[in-house]
Write a protein that binds this ligand. Structure first.
Ligand code: SF4
Length: 320
């Protein structure tokens, strides 16, 4: 080995020793692997096909360049060592285990479904009869014409629109015309109608002073109950009649009239005798006179209901 080579090796050994001491001072306990020789150094080595040439010149240049690259120049190490050692950063938190990820990434539970909104009733009983100017009873009757808006038109003889005073403060609303009413075109003229007339008179009125009408204006065949589509077709005219009359009190006779106007399917047994409201008008449900013909013992209850109505008007029971 030439003297120059020995000096070079001694210099490298000194550099290496200094680097190891620097590593020790900065707390490093493991020596990192040497990187590959810098490209510049490698390319600086002459490529030779001769094995000797590769053992003499090439490896020495590469080893020095590698040590220099890893260790740095002596002046660089001095500058770095004079700086206080940087605190070792805490290890990054480990990612959560797979199972935890499942929980974390689990989609949030769906928001609790809101209760479905209840469809508004088409004619809330508390609504007021306000808005457009009401038509007269004559106009409403003219609009009804020879109505064929529902299937009840096919069997009827007469449309039974209503009867009484257009200024009535008390209106009676029944279910629909019977045979006698269909024949005459006038509501409540049969046996049930005669009983209603007695009730009206017992209250201190005449038929001419009140107004009497039905939910449906045509007779259901065989006196069956009106069907929903028939009520739906005819009710607008009843509403117009009530809007035109603007009575102080409505007395509904039987379950259909009460349930239709109140939009309440409670039985008439429970509805009767209790004040309700229809479009701002006080409403008293009571039994139908036809029911009283079959159950005369229930007349007392109806009389109690009518007496409540009479109190509104300051009426005293008629002397018998
Ligand atoms: S019941 Fe009423 S809707 Fe039906 S045909 Fe008679 S008037 Fe018209």
């Amino acid at each position: 080995m030439a003297a120059g080579d020995r000096e070079e090796l001694a210099s490298l050994a000194a550099d290496l020793r200094g680097h190891l001491e620097w590593l020790r001072d900065t707390g490093v306990r493991e020596v990192p692997a040497l990187p590959k020789a810098p490209q510049a150094a490698a390319s600086a080595a002459p490529v030779s096909s001769s094995p000797e040439a590769s053992e003499s010149a090439g490896p020495q240049v590469s080893l020095r360049a590698a040590v220099r690259a890893t260790v740095g120049a002596p002046e660089q190490r001095a500058a770095t060592t004079s700086s206080p050692a940087k605190p070792v950063a805490p290890p990054a938190p480990l990612p959560p285990p797979a199972a935890a990820n499942v929980i974390v990434n689990r989609p949030a539970p769906a928001a609790r479904a809101e209760p479905r909104p209840v469809a508004p009733l088409p004619a809330p009983s508390g609504a007021r009869l306000e808005g457009a100017a009401p038509k007269t009873l004559e106009q409403i009757r003219a609009e009804l014409g020879a109505c064929t808006r529902c299937k009840l038109s096919s069997k009827r003889k007469n449309i039974v629109f209503g009867v009484g005073s257009p200024k009535a403060e008390l209106v009676f609303v029944g279910e629909g015309p019977g045979a006698d009413e269909d024949e005459q075109g006038i509501p409540f003229v049969g046996a049930a109608g005669q009983l209603l007339t007695k009730m009206i008179e017992a209250m201190g009125y005449t038929r001419d002073e009140v107004y009497i009408c039905n939910v449906v204006k045509c007779r259901p065949p065989g006196n069956r109950n009106p069907e929903p589509d028939e009520i739906q077709a005819c009710e607008p005219f009843l509403k117009q009649q009530l809007a035109s009359l603007k009575p102080r009190v409505i007395v509904t006779l039987g379950k259909f009239a009460a349930q239709t106007l109140l939009r309440d399917e409670t039985s008439i047994t429970r509805l009767r005798g209790n004040w309700r409201e229809y479009c701002g008008i006080r409403l008293m449900p009571t039994f139908h006179p036809a029911y009283l013909l079959r159950s005369p013992s229930e007349k007392k209850k109806v009389w109690e209901d009518l007496q409540q109505v009479m109190k509104v008007f300051g009426k005293e029971p008629a002397r018998r």
